[in-house]
Design a protein. Structure first.
Length: 417
């Protein structure tokens, strides 16, 4: 897939509900998917994220979800933005869908002039964050997300494909610079400086923000994470894997919204997901709910690691060993290299998880999780605990060893709840 064509035959227009109906009616395979006549279809808007317009259209036979980029950030029209993000989301789906058909949606149609992406609708599914805020925690979902991260990243890494294919894909996604800039600024830079986009309502968080900004260890770690994000193209990342980018029925889970896709360190996707689980954990009052969150973090990591290593093992049975980049047949060298590779992903995961907790608490685009806590002192205590956990994570002198040390640090900060 090449980058979007800039000369357009028909000028871009933002769709309304009738425009959505007209677009779908003009695409016979999609119209057939809905069934009936266009007049019978129900079309409604479900825009929920910060950037785009999203609609669902349903007919007697089925439904589709239509997403269109706006020339600005949806929640802030003064923040102008090019339209090409749906191109990258379509390209991401086309790259990963063959490897995770049970865990994401298929790109049914992409219009490079109107920047419209159409996928099957998920009307029986709920956004994972919404489900968790209502107290529905499903450890099985964490296992599925672990599986998704393992399969989507392994398949698009040098462990699975010749470098020529990886390089071609890197060239394509290297153009996703508007959204990569958002990540570099909003996740990995702004919270550590004074910036008008940062905000927090509770003045009791201010001393922690000051401590984050004056801690040399935090600054150094964030600098190194920013470099890793930009200079470690291990695999094609989803790029925005928070719990609002996951829809689930509790049994069937789909990862959506891959518009931030870019090549980067695998631990970035893992870290954003775990960071959002931890934000939800700190916003959860009952002990049983907290225990389920801990279970989800462990389940996610175990599932990711198991699947990633299994895929790696399968690849070693390739007949042409010259296509392998870790080609040694010596088992102990192999195991050593693999364990180092996985440990590095874990280190990245811990760092990006901390950065995600911080940006979702004091930067731009906070999470809604804490809004379930109506008692202000309780909310303050919990937000402070989450931020202090993240700060501690970034300040660790020795790398946190996979899981046990990370969880110990988490337990330590949970004792403030
Ligand atoms: C201006 S975009 C703000 C945030 O929304 C998206 O979901 C990403 O998380 C981004 O950082
Ligand atoms: Mg999104």
């Amino acid at each position: 897939m090449t980058t979007p064509e800039l000369q357009q035959a028909s000028p871009y227009t933002t769709l309304d509900l009738e425009g959505v109906r007209t677009v779908i009616a003009s695409l016979p395979p999609l119209a057939a998917r809905l069934g009936g006549t266009p007049a019978e279809w129900r079309v409604w808007e479900v825009s929920d994220g910060n950037l785009n317009m999203v609609f669902v259209a349903e007919g007697p036979e089925g439904g589709v979800c239509l997403k269109q980029a706006l020339p600005h950030v949806r929640v802030d029209p003064s923040w102008k933005m090019p339209l090409d993000r749906t191109f990258f989301e379509a390209a991401y789906l086309r790259a990963v869908f063959p490897h995770v058909p049970d865990l994401t949606t298929e790109c049914l149609h992409f219009d490079p002039e109107q920047f419209i992406l159409i996928v099957p609708s998920l009307s029986g599914h709920t956004v994972m964050r919404t489900a968790m805020m209502a107290g529905h925690y499903h450890p099985a979902v964490a296992a599925q997300v672990g599986d998704f991260v393992a399969r989507s990243t392994f398949a698009t890494s040098l462990l699975a494909e010749p470098f020529e294919r990886i390089m071609d894909r890197r060239i394509c996604f290297a153009r996703n610079q508007t959204l990569t800039r958002i990540t570099v600024d909003l996740v990995l830079t702004d919270p550590y400086h004074d910036h008008p986009r940062n905000h927090w309502a509770d003045p009791q968080l201010t001393p922690i923000v000051a401590a984050l900004r004056t801690s040399p260890a935090v600054q150094a770690r964030i600098d190194s994470l920013r470099l890793r994000f930009l200079c470690t193209p291990q695999a094609l990342l989803h790029g925005d894997l928070h719990t609002g980018s996951i829809m689930t029925t509790g049994t069937d889970t789909r990862i959506i919204d891959g518009e931030f896709a870019t090549y980067g360190p695998i631990g970035f996707d893992a870290g954003l997901f775990v960071g959002n689980l931890i934000l939800s954990l700190f916003a959860t009052s009952d002990r049983a709910g907290q225990a389920l969150h801990l279970d989800m973090i462990q389940t996610f990591w175990t599932s990711f690691k198991k699947r990633f290593l299994a895929l790696w093992q399968e690849r070693e049975w390739a007949e042409d060993r010259s296509t392998l980049y870790y080609a040694t047949t010596d088992k102990s060298t192999q195991n050593f290299e693999k364990s180092l590779f996985i440990q590095n992903i874990f280190q990245d995961m811990a760092g990006f998880c901390a950065a995600e907790i911080i940006r979702r608490s004091i930067g731009y685009a906070h999470v809604a999780d804490f809004s379930v806590l109506t008692d202000q002192p309780t909310r303050t205590t919990r937000q402070k605990a989450a931020l202090l956990f993240a700060k501690d994570c970034l300040e660790q002198k020795k790398p946190l060893k996979p899981l046990a040390d990370f969880l110990e640090l988490l337990y330590l900060h949970m004792s403030a709840l």
